[in-house]
Design a protein around this ligand. Structure first.
Ligand code: AMP
Length: 400
């Protein structure tokens, strides 16, 4: 039974079994309960050396199964009651909370206790959580450093450190904080670092923080094929907005959001801006100057989200867009193809997420016929998926 506390996205798995990776019966049973049948490539590569205690740096994208790749070996190695032993540093609050959900699921048979220390929320509940003697802490850098400096946590016995999404962490300017945190940890600790890309800045960071690391890179070499993953989120109309917000927190790359109407592009832009997202918008009611500025902000990366309508979105040729979100399903298959074509340019990979209501399912089928594949049905935590009626459900199961 898959837990509804973690996201469910289609993921490529290997033919190996978790039993082959050297895990104990307690952890294997937790994995079975979560519903994972086979390890993903990153899990199969990371878990065995992680169990041996090696430092490692893994090239792994969000969506490759990397969270479980580091949570499972930590769950295996730690048992409750020996004080704070592991720290996981995440770039955003949402990723930290999701990681904590993984710890609770996989660590439950070792009775692992975790605390999540994230910014933007009150300190008091975090002090309370710290009194419960957590074995693992998941934290965003600023708040973690704050606790270390106030001495509300003792990191003197931490022997496991995970830096998740290391490249995003550098993008977001966390490096000075990361350095300060790492300096406070015992030198004898083991470190695992995960990053979607390996620019020189990450390599440099790795050299200063890792000891004889194993470098794990499961990305196919010389990728030339365009790799677009399609995902479908079927929700009730009133949940479309919540679904979009959850997706924006989950995938951190450069994101293009499509709406059908100009007023909705404008509306969404204001909602996202109010939520603190770096966002711009482009539609035909905006002045040329405004549109050019919006595109420049998006291209330069100062605004990672661009909300667009179809007409305005057609001309967008910005390299490095990793995620296209159809907030409204397009009116035609051609529009879907055009929208999808904004991502995965040249040799990159991209995700196209479509948020749909039951009224859009006819169009979904038309798109599926055109692209020659069934688009996997996905869910995000906190947003109820809309369940198709009994008759349709049979069809859905068969086709999935
Ligand atoms: P992540 O890369 O950690 O964000 O995980 C991506 C998605 O893959 C999440 O929805 C996980 O629940 C799912 N997932 C991770 N590992 C497995 C596995 N071995 N089998 C099935 N689903 C998995």
């Amino acid at each position: 039974m898959l837990s509804d506390r973690i996201p469910h996205h289609p993921v490529e798995t290997t033919r190996q079994t978790f039993e082959q990776l050297g895990l104990s019966a307690a952890i294997l049973s937790a994995i079975r309960e979560v519903g994972f049948e086979h390890p993903t490539p990153i899990q199969a590569s990371v878990i065995p050396p992680a169990l041996e205690g090696r430092d490692l740096i893994a090239l792994a994208q969000t969506g490759s199964g990397k969270t479980a790749a580091f949570v499972i070996p930590l769950a295996e190695k730690l048992t409750h009651g020996k004080g704070l032993r592991a720290l996981i540093v995440s770039p955003t609050r949402e990723i930290a909370l999701q990681t904590q959900a993984f710890i609770e699921l996989f660590g439950k048979n070792h009775e692992l206790n975790s605390a999540c220390l994230i910014g933007g929320v009150r300190m008091k509940p975090q002090f309370e959580a710290l009194k419960e003697s957590p074995d693992i802490i998941v934290a965003t850098p600023g708040r973690l450093l704050d606790h270390i400096e106030r001495r509300t946590i003792d990191v003197g016995a931490v022997d496991e450190l995970v830096l998740d999404e290391a490249d995003h962490m550098l993008d977001l300017g966390f490096l000075p904080q990361i350095r300060k945190i790492v300096q406070r940890l015992p030198r004898t600790r083991r470190t695992m670092m995960f990053s979607a890309t390996m620019p020189p800045s990450i390599e440099q960071l790795a050299q200063t923080m890792l000891r004889d690391p194993l470098r794990i890179d499961i990305m196919p070499k010389g990728r030339t094929a365009v790799g677009i993953s399609h995902r479908l989120y079927v929700v009730a109309p009133e949940n479309k907005r919540a679904c979009l917000l959850a997706l924006l927190h989950q995938e951190l790359g450069s994101t293009l959001v499509f709406t059908r109407r100009k007023v909705d592009a404008e509306w969404l832009f204001h909602i996202l801006e109010r939520q603190g997202h770096p966002v711009s918008r482009i539609h035909s009611d905006r002045s040329q100057g405004g549109r050019t500025q919006a595109l420049d902000q998006f291209r330069e990366g100062s605004h990672r989200i661009l909300v667009a309508t179809d007409i305005a979105g057609r001309g967008i040729d910005v390299p490095g867009i990793t995620h296209v979100i159809n907030f409204d399903i397009p009116e035609s298959v051609e529009d879907y193809i055009h929208r999808a074509g904004r991502t995965a340019r040249v040799d990159l990979e991209g995700i196209v997420s479509t948020i749909a209501t039951w009224q859009d399912l006819m169009m979904v089928r038309t798109i599926e016929l055109e692209i020659g594949q069934q688009i996997p049905r996905c869910t995000v935590p906190g947003v109820e998926p809309w369940v198709e009626g009994p008759k349709k459900e049979t069809t859905k199961r068969r086709r999935l």
